[in-house]
Ligand binder design. Structure first.
Ligand code: ZN
Ligand code: ZN
Length: 461
């Protein structure tokens, strides 16, 4: 580390005057910010009852990933009603059967930067067990044509409702900012392919390309009224791999005539445990999970193949690449060691469509917005939270670090519920649980207040 060795000069009259002017400017800016905060709070409180009604209706009518037709159409109507120019049906998936329900609402309001704010819209195949009066009882067909229950178990309905709230606040406070606001409804976050589908469909050629992108996510680890910030890496890359372990089938009583892929698969699985433990630096985070193993039909048959499905997580791209290479190397070497011929070595593949990049919150952007959030919500209500190895595809909108992005967490359960969980040791139901139940009013309110304050800061005149 180096230290600047500047000369310390006594403060002359000009320096004092400049410092006074700077302090005055800062004071004026923060007074203007406080005024805007008060206006935002007033607008949100005026709108909140209606938004909560909207939220409950949306919660009761969830749609699975790539099936967000109604959610998208309703959001488009709300954005139009708030004065935004809407482009809908954005999204091209590799499978032509999947329709793109992504949309954007654009509000052009003079010169200045372009800010993108994303809300994801999809729900999960989970049977809701919250017992809430507005609980989902909906069932629908998944991609495979199988009927499944559907629930907004990740709170994306909170995100959609909050985006509508932000849309209205920013439209009503148009005289306070200058620039272009792009509000984006993203499909298929849970399947990690919605952001990519929108970009593949020419999103950034069809709308003003953003200078900054923001998103929020509700969660059950911090109380309502608070938000959580994670500067730098916040969520991991997620990579799906398949390893098809091939053998030579035969009778269970005659191993000498076969090459047993079950034993080979077991060997590969155990060796894969050494990748993170022995090949990755302890200063880099990584996870390698063999999530499924399928092979064989009967106890006295040696099958001729076993399929492994893997999930890899890391923050750094080089760590991800190392793990992918290691899976291929270990699988091949184990098969050669078992005497498999070259033409029966394991088939190792990466499922590119299901890849999510890491989410790295831009540190400078996070530092700029932290005091803005503290002013709008109270200093005690802005907390730093540790990174997670979960994944999100919001990072895609940042084009591999070219556009600074920030996703912040919004607390969704009451302080009393959290205190009770601490006392009993029974954790609060988290996202994806059939019992996940963010408290609507304070969660939506905090989400809109925080996001509007951030937007007014980033687009301020
Ligand atoms: Zn989720
Ligand atoms: Zn989610």
């Amino acid at each position: 580390m180096t230290h600047a060795r500047g000369r310390i000069r006594p403060a002359g009259p000009l320096t004092v005057l400049l410092a006074a002017l700077a302090a005055l400017a800062t004071g004026l800016a923060s007074a203007a910010g406080a005024d805007s905060d008060a206006d935002v709070a007033r607008l949100v409180d005026h709108d909140l009852a209606g938004l909560v009604t909207y939220y409950k209706a949306l919660h009761a009518a969830p749609e699975l990933s790539r099936q967000e037709a109604q959610t998208s159409a309703q959001l488009a109507a709300e954005l139009r009603a708030a004065g935004y120019e809407v482009i809908d049906h954005i999204g091209r998936y590799p499978a032509p059967a999947h329709k793109g329900y992504g949309l954007v609402g654009v509000l052009r309001n003079g010169p200045g930067p372009t800010l993108l704010i994303r809300a994801d819209m999809d729900a999960l195949p989970v049977l809701e067990k919250t017992g809430l009066p507005y609980a989902s009882t909906k069932r629908t067909k998944n991609d495979a044509g199988v009927e499944v229950p559907v629930m907004h178990a990740c709170g994306h309905d909170i995100h959609v409702t909050s985006l509508i709230g932000v849309a209205r606040v920013m439209a009503k406070l148009k005289d306070r900012w200058s620039g272009t606001l792009v509000l984006l409804g993203q499909p298929a976050e849970e399947t990690i392919d919605g952001a990519a589908a929108m970009l593949r469909d020419g999103l950034y050629e069809r709308i003003p390309k953003p200078d900054v992108a923001l998103a929020l996510h509700d969660m059950s680890m911090t109380p309502t009224g608070t938000i959580g910030l994670t500067p730098g890496f916040a969520l991991a890359t997620s990579t799906q791999m398949d390893v098809l372990v091939r053998g030579v089938g035969g009778h269970g009583s005659k191993p000498e005539d076969a090459k047993d892929p079950v034993v080979l698969a077991a060997n590969i699985i155990m060796q894969l445990q050494t990748v993170v433990a022995r090949e990755i630096s302890p200063f880099d985070q990584a996870v390698l999970t063999v999530g499924t193993i399928h092979g064989g039909t009967k106890r006295n048959i040696i099958p001729d193949e076993v399929k492994l499905e893997l999930n890899l997580r890391s923050y750094k791209e080089e760590v991800r690449q190392h793990m992918i290479d290691a899976v291929a190397r270990i699988s091949r070497a184990a098969a050669l060691g078992a005497g498999m011929p070259e033409d029966r070595l394991p088939v190792v593949s990466v499922i590119e469509d299901e890849y999510a990049p890491a989410l790295r919150n831009d540190p400078a952007l996070t530092a700029r917005l932290r005091p803005v959030f503290e002013r709008a919500l109270g200093a005690d209500n802005v907390r730093e939270v540790p990174p997670e190895m979960g994944s999100e595809d919001f990072g895609r909108f940042g084009l591999d670090g070219k556009i600074p992005v920030l996703m912040f967490w919004v607390g969704g359960v009451t302080a009393e519920t959290l205190a009770e969980a601490k006392r009993t040791g029974i954790p609060v139901p988290s996202n994806h649980s059939p019992l996940f139940a963010p408290v609507p009013e304070p969660t939506i309110r905090t989400a809109i207040v925080a996001m509007s304050a951030a937007a007014l800061e980033l687009l301020h005149k």
